[in-house]
Design a protein. Structure first.
Length: 406
């Protein structure tokens, strides 16, 4: 057996052993679990991407894909990284038959402590009162927020629909609305009251977890493709996969959003129903550390490993399991450097062999070119030599052994 094949078998066995011991955080029937999540962004990230938006007496509709079903729903709004209090006039939630269109018979008005309007203080999040609403896994839900004043919110940069002047939350179709635009989105989470026991698996990482370069609007990121594989196979029917990726995120330094070390509690450990976490982070730390335009200074293997060890310790303190994902290739990417490649290879060796993570998923092996292992297979990347395309994300989801989820 080759060394590579041996490593893959070991990793698969580790995943199976890991999952067999992950029962402590199972969500019992009638408990609230995360059905969709999006990590908050600071205003500086929106500014860097050129996507700062000011909403003035307008309604913003955000369509999200739920990963779990239930009979009741509640919505989480974020101002955790905002600079000013957020005033909302009303919030509607409804099933969405297609992008941006709400099904009127399912429309519900959300309340917050029994009131339809609310103010979210700086540094806080706001969870709505539960509303009776039957939703299924992989259903699209439209959430419409009316901003009665003038505001530039701080939220994750996502595709949203913006109405004309006024409160249009109850209207199924906005005929005079702006087309979908990329803007900070206030909704950061949707929870459902699960009728059956479910475990939540949080995919935590950077743009490769979030799904950069995947076909927009098709849910082809690797966490979503893994969720669909689990659902089709029946092997993982007790699992919900949540995407907690941020494009540009780094382990040790603020980039697009807080560092992984700073956001790990909110964006992984505190996710309702979490039982296990996949960590795929580090390529941005490596890339920018060895780039002439980088802002971090020197970086060593020990720096990356030290960050991983902190995440592992914090997960274990909560009695959660944590899986390490090997860092995917990046030769010829915008910030590639041979010294960085040396660090990446050593970090991956540590992930595979140290035993520090409860299990390992060899994402690098899934997408690398067998003839040139420091590069992607050409068919699996989108042209920037850094991000997978739909096929690459499919390969990443396929490398996970579904037998481990039974």
């Amino acid at each position: 057996m080759s060394i590579l094949r041996c490593r893959v078998v070991i990793a698969t066995t580790a995943v199976m052993l890991f999952l067999s011991g992950a029962a402590s955080a199972v969500s019992q029937g009638g408990k609230w679990i995360e059905a969709w999540y999006s990590p908050p962004f600071p205003p500086t990230a929106a500014l860097a991407f050129g996507d700062v938006r000011i909403f003035a007496h307008q309604t913003v509709r955000q369509v999200v894909r739920l990963e779990a079903g239930g009979e009741r729903v509640r919505v989480r709004l974020t101002n955790e990284l905002g600079l000013v209090p957020v005033k909302i006039g009303s919030v509607h939630v409804a099933l969405s038959s297609r992008n941006g269109v709400a099904e009127p018979e399912t429309d519900r008005v959300l309340t917050f402590g029994g009131k339809q309007d609310a103010v979210i203080p700086v540094g806080q999040a706001l969870l709505s009162d539960p509303v009776e609403m039957t939703v299924s896994a992989f259903a699209d839900v439209a959430i419409s927020i009316y901003y009665p004043g003038r505001l530039a919110p701080a939220g994750h940069l996502l595709s949203v629909h913006v109405s004309s002047h006024g409160d249009h939350g109850a209207e199924p179709v906005w005929r005079d609305a702006a087309t979908a635009v990329r803007a900070p989105a206030l909704v950061s989470g949707v929870e459902v009251e699960a009728a059956q026991a479910r475990r939540v698996l949080v995919a935590f990482g950077d743009s490769i977890t979030e799904g950069a370069c995947a076909t927009p609007g098709t849910n082809m990121d690797y966490p979503e493709q893994l969720a669909r594989r689990l659902e089709r196979s029946g092997a993982g029917s007790g699992w919900v996969v949540i995407n907690s990726g941020i494009s540009g995120n780094r382990l040790l330094h603020e980039g697009s959003g807080q560092s992984a070390l700073d956001r790990f509690e909110r964006d992984a450990l505190d996710i309702p129903g979490v039982s296990a976490i996949i960590v795929l982070e580090g390529i941005n730390d490596i890339g920018w550390a060895f780039d002439a335009n980088g802002d971090t200074g020197p970086l060593t293997v020990a720096d990356i490993v030290g960050a991983y060890k902190q995440l592992i310790a914090r997960a274990h303190a909560r009695r959660l399991k944590i899986i390490g994902g090997t860092i995917t290739p990046y030769e010829d990417a915008m910030y590639y450097h041979p010294e960085g490649e040396t660090v990446r290879a050593a970090v991956n060796e540590w992930i595979r062999t140290s035993g520090a993570f409860d299990a390992v998923i060899d994402f690098e092996q899934a997408v690398r070119d067998p003839q040139h292992p420091t590069r992607y297979r050409g068919a699996d990347q989108c042209g920037d030599n850094l991000h997978p395309n739909d096929a690459g994300y499919h390969a990443m989801s396929e490398v996970v052994d579904l037998e481990a989820f039974k």
